[in-house]
Design a protein around this ligand. Structure first.
Ligand code: COA
Length: 165
């Protein structure tokens, strides 16, 4: 089946990080030099989209836990929240290899991240947040992420309102 060509898995020894090249130099550097250490330190888990046919890494994203002050949560989503810090997941670094850009893989990675967090029941997570560069902000807005009033660079997506089509 065509879908079996691509698989999303936790970063491991088998992945060829050195070959990965997205359009952002800092993200490449992070992925090559720091992703494994950060995973081993339980700072951020990198999820990797691999092309089984070429064995290249198509793209990756990282997830970490975080929290938001109650006052930072967009007002329309505060109805039943206690006035405590709210548990969220940070979609940290993300990139798609230039050889695979603009073919829907970035979208696939974001949806995978949202579904992965939404479907797990180990811990309560209220929303996903992301701190994108200005040049890719619109990429996230398309999924329904909205800017925080007190920090417009940070985007927020309430998981209950995320309904994949
Ligand atoms: C941003 C990035 C992840 C997008 O990946 P991609 O695989 O090319 O994106 P997709 O093909 O899935 O695009 C999905 C949609 O977003 C749009 N899109 C892609 N890149 C975009 C951008 N930079 N800004 C706005 N929209 C963008 C596409 O046109 C597409 O729209 P459509 O559904 O109407 O056709 C990729 O370009 C990348 O790795 N960039 C360098 C690293 C980076 O900036 N990472 C984000 C750090 S915050």
């Amino acid at each position: 089946m065509a879908n079996d060509r691509f698989v999303i898995e936790l970063l491991g020894e088998q992945h060829n990080r050195a070959m990965f090249r997205c359009a952002d130099h800092q993200i490449n550097n992070y992925f090559r030099r720091h992703a494994v250490t950060n995973m081993q330190s339980r700072i951020a888990n990198p999820w990797v989209l691999r092309d089984r046919e070429t064995d290249l890494i198509v793209g990756f994203y990282t997830l970490s836990t975080a929290s938001l002050d109650f006052d930072s949560v967009p007002e329309q989503f505060t109805a039943h929240l206690p006035h405590y810090p709210v548990p969220v997941v940070l979609l940290g670094r993300m990139g798609v290899d230039r050889r695979y850009e603009r073919q829907g893989f970035g979208r696939r990675l974001v949806i995978d991240a949202l579904m992965r967090v939404y479907q797990q029941d180990v811990m309560a997570v209220y929303s996903m947040i992301v701190d994108p560069k200005e040049s890719v902000r619109d990429f996230y807005i398309r999924f329904g992420f909205i800017p925080l009033a007190d920090d417009p660079h940070r985007l927020f997506l309430h998981l209950e309102t995320f309904m994949p089509s």
